[in-house]
Design a protein around this ligand. Structure first.
Ligand SMILES: NC(=O)c1ccc[n+]([C@@H]2O[C@H](COP(=O)([O-])OP(=O)(O)OC[C@H]3O[C@@H](n4cnc5c(N)ncnc54)[C@H](O)[C@@H]3O)[C@@H](O)[C@H]2O)c1
Length: 346
């Protein structure tokens, strides 16, 4: 079978990760074109992907020239909606980086558009495709550590984020850009919903933060199953991008680390022991998971099946992020996470 042809929209930091990852499984997916208005980004894409990949500055022109190609949308978050809508209107299935959009009504409209057109709209919560996180989830769901009491999920980048990531109008700010991964993990690991949140944050000068200006943050989430989630987010640890978690249950604990490679340690009445992860060709948890999410997308497009995670997962994580930002702006008040009427069908 021939690889699924894809158009890569945006060749910045994460777009390049997707471009290079696609080269690792050429039988599943081929980047036939890159769209990016930046000359530097297109130059980098040409150097990485070769002369066989066409370069465009305009998505609509590219869609006309590459009939049948699906889209990977990796442009800045505030531009996702326009690109996803154009691709869906052109009859293309879409993988879109997280979060789908910054506006939940807009995300619901895109979800409807994809469903009516019977097209795939997958979102980029890569952790769900990581064997490390999947093993942690399977272990939790097997009941080995009993009922989850507290989940501590942590994301700290090596370097300070670019200004646009922290800009509420572009990347959504720290609680959105980093937090949606962890909020989605809380939901996916436990199968619970998040009912209320409280947040505390600091800016880099140590002052209390607002959602528009926060560089270190803790969000406490009350889960419908009775457990608590504690999500901490920050930057500047220098050694690496550090993503980790710990799940305390009534009968034990699961410890998850992703650097220097994935590890899952179980602690229970039998003591502490490392659980065996399935073999991966790619040792880095992040790259391995991105390759696997691309493979899942290619399979879904090829087999006309459904994609996971999807637009609903992005909307649910964003509703938690919005409540966490409200809490921060209200000085740490307890804020209810609303249901979204547009999600009633799924
Ligand atoms: N899954 C993850 O862990 C992860 C990690 C990083 C970023 N992301 C997501 O990836 C997306 C991009 O983030 P980034 O850090 O790569 O940003 P970035 O600013 O490094 O790159 C964005 C690229 O998009 C290009 N661009 C701007 N306007 C465009 C347009 N109209 N059409 C096509 N391209 C356009 C820019 O020139 C730039 O090259 C964001 O949504 C972010 O949330 C996800």
């Amino acid at each position: 079978m021939r690889p699924v042809p894809v158009i890569l929209v945006g060749y910045g930091r994460m777009g390049r990760v997707h471009g290079l990852s696609s080269l690792r499984h050429p039988d599943d997916m081929e980047v036939v074109a890159v769209v990016d208005p930046s000359d530097d980004a297109r130059r980098r894409a040409r150097a990485d992907l070769g002369d066989g990949t066409a370069m465009y500055t305009d998505l609509n022109e590219c869609l006309c020239r590459h009939e049948g190609a699906a889209c990977l949308v990796v442009s800045p978050t505030n531009l996702h909606a326009g690109a996803v809508r154009a691709a869906l209107n052109a009859g293309r299935s879409v993988f879109c980086e997280k979060p789908l959009t910054l506006d939940q009504a807009e995300s619901v409209a895109l979800l409807d558009l994809a469903e009516h057109a019977e097209l795939i709209l997958q979102t980029g919560f890569y952790r769900r495709h990581s064997p490390t996180w999947r093993l942690a989830r399977d272990t939790l769901r097997s009941g080995t550590i009993g009922r989850p009491v507290l989940l501590r999920l942590s994301q700290w980048d090596a370097e300070a984020s670019a200004a646009d990531v922290l800009d509420p109008d572009v990347g959504g700010g720290l609680i959105v850009d980093f937090g949606v991964h962890e909020f989605d993990l809380l939901l996916w690991l436990t199968g619970d919903s998040v009912e209320h949140v409280r947040s505390a944050g600091r800016s880099l000068d140590g002052q209390p933060a607002t959602s528009a200006r926060v560089e270190t943050c803790v969000v406490v989430a009350e889960l419908s199953g009775g457990g608590l989630g504690v999500v901490d987010l920050g930057t500047g640890v220098r050694y690496d991008d550090d993503v980790r978690g710990e799940i305390a249950g009534t009968l034990g604990r699961i410890f998850v680390e992703t650097i220097p490679h994935g590890s899952v340690v179980l602690g229970d009445s039998g003591g502490l022991r490392s659980l065996e992860l399935p073999h991966s060709e790619e040792p880095a948890v992040f790259t391995d998971a991105v390759i696997r999410e691309q493979q899942a997308f290619a399979r879904a497009v090829m087999c006309r099946s459904t994609a996971s995670p999807d637009a609903r997962d992005s909307i649910r994580a964003m509703l938690i992020a919005e409540a966490a930002m409200k809490s921060l702006d209200e000085g740490g008040s307890r804020v209810r996470v609303p249901d979204h009427p547009g999600l009633a069908m799924g």
